[in-house]
Design a protein around this ligand. Structure first.
Ligand code: ADP
Ligand code: MG
Length: 960
């Protein structure tokens, strides 16, 4: 039996597959893109394609060619890499097997087509250059947005890698292959990539070597050294940048495939795609720019998720679709009315919200511009109108360089660039926008003529593909007009010819027609066929008719068809010319795009501020936080006036003490610190207690969101806010919070908390929600206690705000451990109790959602049960049990009235060394050795095993 793989097509396939072993190879056969072997099985599973067999033993699955983009998107979204192998020769011209070439390699980090991308989110490719993968303490990284050319470098540590990748929207990471690692990242780094679904691609180690990498960067940018970009020639990040350039050259400008594998010249492109004479370039890559340390307020991945910045906790993976009001913060700004109007604005908005600025002047300048648009409605309205028609010029610029632009891209570019004048005119008289105005004026000279050329040349509603023809206006190009005229005249010429022939030969039934397969023909009904004059040459016999041709008709046909291809060819040439013109001003296009993005995002901030009466926050350098009548930005959109605003004051001198005035309003036990100092100084840690569903989580998250929004440059949902610059916002939610169910474990909770305790500074904001609840009550309480103490610093330290005293991070700590409220008495002035008020209303409990000073009523659980209709004897019994449990938990505590100062006297103060006295709680913790002892089955142990077990037990005991 012949080998089923030994056919020309399969041999060709195998050759391409060998060149792209890590890709799914989509192999064009006729109207389908086919996959074979393992690829076919993968596609069957990933895309639900029907699995067939090409021949016995070769699995095959295919997609119709017109559905390619759709399937590509789904494959890439699932993290696969795809190589598209096209026919680069007209099948009719092929002698033997048709020539093919890999025309695109698409990976998650190198997408440039709109159909494969989300317009509201950047997709980036990053490269990782460690000095040594096995000891990756210092990592140099480069990140590029292939679709727009934005290119940055930065350094990070292995520990911070996951967050660094998450905050930048990295979809793919390339790293050097190293011996012994089998093309994989070391486990610690691989995990960092995995949590965010980043696909990892090994690359040859030499791409990352300093000399070779530097050479790649030099060549790309035509420089002798990278010093001009503010980089050092020998730094790790440059190694990463060089590796990225090589990777892009390979995937975005694949050429050697067609030449090497099939002997087709390297310029060959698919016959239906871009024209042969233009090679893709990376001309849109901007020089790598270093991301300064300390330029942004850091939100790690966990905080971004907990605060629902990009997506709600319930949304499992991937980003939200553009414009979706999905309950996330980004979604809030993207949704209309008043949402961002341009794709560039949408992406910058996301960037600013995920990486808010830490530069006081920049933040204040953004606020000033928002303020201007809030006040000057005429300018705001004109700006909105000017922005409305601007399309994704940043990505179109990228596609122009990569030669993937379509006729629609070109026209969109022309229309958008034409707005440069309008935009400049709109902000002309607004001093706050001087920087943007200068930027627009500096590119206007370059962009306006390009825009005019494009719009003069192209029709208003261009075809999707160049091959369809008809992009250019009549009268724009003489050669094109001539070719078109011939085609258009064909109809009248044929009519005249038909008339002439039938008159000449007296054949009234004679018709002249056209069909795709046979071309032009003269047709006679079968009845008149015998009278056909000798001048007609028979061409085809049908059932009821005969078809003929003449030399004259043949000549006409030749002229028309060449005119057609001449027209297409001419349009390509003109199209390339316009693309080249646009390609020559790519940096100006990028600058324009950046300008539009900023204007759009600021306009969007202004709309939101107006819509919900947000205010301009006052930014300061002091580590303070003071918010009057703050609201949750997303919940207030849902609840409107029903949302209850709340104040917060952390760190620094307290300006007023209005909260105390409202005290006693609730049924809960109030009581602020007796220490008079705390009346004029705000504590740095606020402890919030209150029943379930009272609004604790909402309150602490809204505070974090307000701080985040302020740094992003937005106004904030409050009546007034003074916000000290915040270097990091940490948000952690206790492991078994219902919102987090199934996603987290206690171990994760503690790891995350460890990060906070180790890295929070006096300028950080820490939001802790029910920390410690992922373990037993005693464990959790003890940990929560110690964590709170640690966050405000050692007891010996003077209270926060006192002159010269270092302060702990501003912290909001929501907890159901009401025992923690004792901390306020022990650390007066540094920890402040707040609670959420609740009111009984007949048989109902009413959540007032008001945050008030003081501690909560500790028996609310049983209390709520009573209100909920639990039978009275059960409630009474629960109270009894509660009381006796309290005795067990903390000897001596239950004998005092609940909530009285000094009730926590049973808890020893932390010892200076931080070990030794574990306190009374520990008596009730079962030791693991006891558990182990219980498990041992004595009668199955050999003497040796018995000894080993004993030694194991001893070791368990000796462990700290
Ligand atoms: P907790 O964390 O105390 O259990 P949440 O913060 O989760 O409570 O709030 C529970 C619900 O109460 C929220 O889903 C929201 O609908 C409502 N809520 C919370 N805070 C407010 C508020 N300030 N104004 C109005 N409704 C609120
Ligand atoms: Mg909660």
């Amino acid at each position: 039996m012949p080998d089923p793989r030994d056919t020309p097509a399969m041999r060709q396939f195998t050759r391409f597959k060998q060149r792209h072993p890590d890709c799914i190879l989509l192999f064009r056969i006729g109207d389908f893109y086919e996959t074979f072997d393992d690829d076919a099985v993968t596609c069957h599973k990933a895309l639900g394609l029907t699995l067939t067999q090409r021949t016995e033993g070769i699995p095959m699955a295919g997609v119709p060619h017109h559905q390619l983009e759709n399937y590509l998107r789904r494959l890439i979204q699932q993290g696969y890499r795809v190589a598209v192998c096209d026919q680069v020769q007209d099948a009719k011209e092929a002698k033997g097997i048709v020539e093919r070439a890999v025309t695109r390699v698409i990976t998650p980090g190198t997408r440039v087509e709109d159909s494969l991308l989300d317009e509201s989110a950047a997709s980036r490719l990053a490269a990782l250059a460690p000095a040594d993968l096995r000891d990756p303490t210092r990592l140099g990284l480069a990140a590029v947005e292939v679709s727009t050319g934005a290119f940055t470098v930065f350094e990070t540590s292995a520990a911070a890698l996951a967050d660094a990748l998450a905050a930048r929207g990295i979809d793919e990471l390339i790293f050097p292959e190293q011996p012994g690692l089998a093309g994989k990242l070391p486990p610690a780094l691989a995990r960092a990539a995995e949590v965010h679904g980043i696909s990892c691609t090994p690359r040859p180690a030499w791409h990352f070597r300093p000399a070779e990498a530097l050479e790649a960067v030099r060549q790309q940018f035509g420089v002798a050294t990278v010093a001009g970009f503010g980089l050092r020639d020998d730094e790790l990040a440059v190694c990463a940048a060089g590796a990225i350039i090589r990777y892009l050259l390979e995937t975005q400008t694949p050429t050697e495939d067609s030449a090497g594998a099939t002997g087709v010249p390297s310029s060959a492109r698919p016959c239906t795609g871009t024209p042969a004479r233009q090679r893709p370039t990376l001309a849109h890559l901007l020089p790598p720019r270093r991301e300064e340390d300390g330029a942004v307020c850091i939100l790690d991945g966990v905080s971004l998720r907990a605060l629902e910045v990009e997506r709600t906790i319930r949304t499992p993976h991937g980003r939200t679709a553009a414009g979706a009001a999905d309950g996330s913060l980004v979604g809030l700004f993207l949704s209309s009315p008043g949402g961002c109007r341009t794709p560039m604005g949408k992406r910058l908005l996301r960037e600013w919200l995920c990486r808010p600025s830490l530069r006081l002047d920049e933040v204040r300048s953004r606020h000033a511009r928002v303020a201007l648009l809030v006040e000057d409605r005429r300018t705001a309205k004109a700006l909105a109108e000017a922005l409305d028609g601007v399309q994704d010029v940043a990505r179109i610029g990228g596609r122009i360089a990569l030669r993937r632009a379509t006729p629609r891209d070109l026209v969109a570019l022309g229309r958008s660039l034409a707005r440069v004048e309008t935009l400049a005119a709109v902000i002309h008289s607004a001093p706050a926008f001087a920087v943007s105005l200068r930027a627009l004026e500096s590119v206007r000279e370059q962009l306006a003529p390009v825009a005019r050329r494009i719009l003069d040349a192209c029709i208003d509603s261009p075809p999707q593909h160049l091959r369809e023809g008809g992009l250019f206006r009549d009268g724009f190009d003489a050669a094109l007009d001539e070719a078109r005229l011939l085609q258009r005249d064909a109809a009248s010429w044929l009519a005249a010819y038909q008339q002439r022939l039938s008159a000449e030969h007296k054949l009234p039934g004679l018709k002249v027609g056209f069909n795709k397969v046979f071309g032009y023909y003269i047709e006679l009904p079968a009845a008149q066929a015998r009278q056909a004059p000798g001048a007609l040459t028979r061409k085809q016999t049908l059932k009821n008719a005969e078809r003929y041709t003449t030399p004259e008709l043949e000549e006409f046909q030749e002229k028309v068809t060449t005119a057609e291809s001449r027209a297409v060819e001419r349009e390509r040439l003109l199209f390339d010319g316009l693309c080249d013109e646009a390609g020559a001003v790519l940096p100006a296009i990028a600058a324009f795009a950046q300008c539009v993005a900023e204007l759009d995002t600021l306009a969007c901030f202004a709309e939101r501020a107006l819509r919900r009466r947000w205010v301009r926050p006052e930014m300061t350098d002091e580590p303070v936080l003071s918010i009057t009548a703050g609201r949750h930005p997303v919940l207030e959109e849902v609840l409107g006036d029903r949302f209850v605003p709340n104040d917060v004051q952390l760190g620094g001198a307290r300006q007023r003490d209005s909260e105390t005035a409202t005290e006693g309003e609730s049924g809960a036990a109030g009581g602020s610190s007796p220490d008079s100092l705390s009346r004029c100084l705000a504590a740095s840690l606020a402890l919030i207690t209150g029943p379930n569903m009272a609004g604790k989580s909402t309150f602490i998250r809204q505070t974090a969101l307000i701080v985040l929004l302020a740094h992003a440059g937005s106004f904030v949902p409050a009546e007034a806010a003074t916000i000290g610059l915040t270097d990091r916002i940490f948000t952690r939610v206790g492991a078994d919070d219902a919102l987090h169910a199934g996603q987290s474990t206690f171990m994760v909770e503690m790891t995350e908390t460890a990060t906070i305790l180790n890295s929070a500074t006096a300028r950080s904001l820490v939001i802790l929600d029910e920390i410690g609840r992922g373990t037993s009550t005693l464990d959790g309480l003890s940990l929560a206690w110690a964590i709170a103490e640690h966050l405000v610093g050692p007891e010996s330290r003077p209270p926060a705000g006192e002159t010269g005293a270092p302060q702990g991070p501003r912290t909001l700590f929501a907890t159901h451990y009401h025992e923690l409220t004792e901390l306020e008495d022990r650390l007066p002035g540094r920890i402040r109790n707040l609670h959420v008020s609740v009111r009984e209303w007949g048989e109902q409990i009413v959540f007032l959602h008001r945050i008030l000073p003081g501690r909560t009523d500790r028996s609310y659980g049983v209390h709520v049960a009573k209100l909920a209709g639990i039978p009275a004897p059960v409630v009474a019994r629960a109270r009894e049990v509660l009381a006796s449990l309290a005795v067990h938990h903390s000897v001596g505590q239950a004998s005092r009235p609940a909530g009285s100062p000094g009730a926590a006297a049973a808890i020893p103060p932390p010892s200076p060394a931080g070990n030794g006295q574990l306190g009374l709680f520990t008596e009730f913790l079962p030791h693991p050795a006891v558990d182990r002892l219980r498990e041992i089955k004595l009668d199955t142990l050999s003497p040796i095993q018995a000894f080993d077990t004993l030694r194991g037990l001893k070791q368990l005991l000796d462990e700290p």
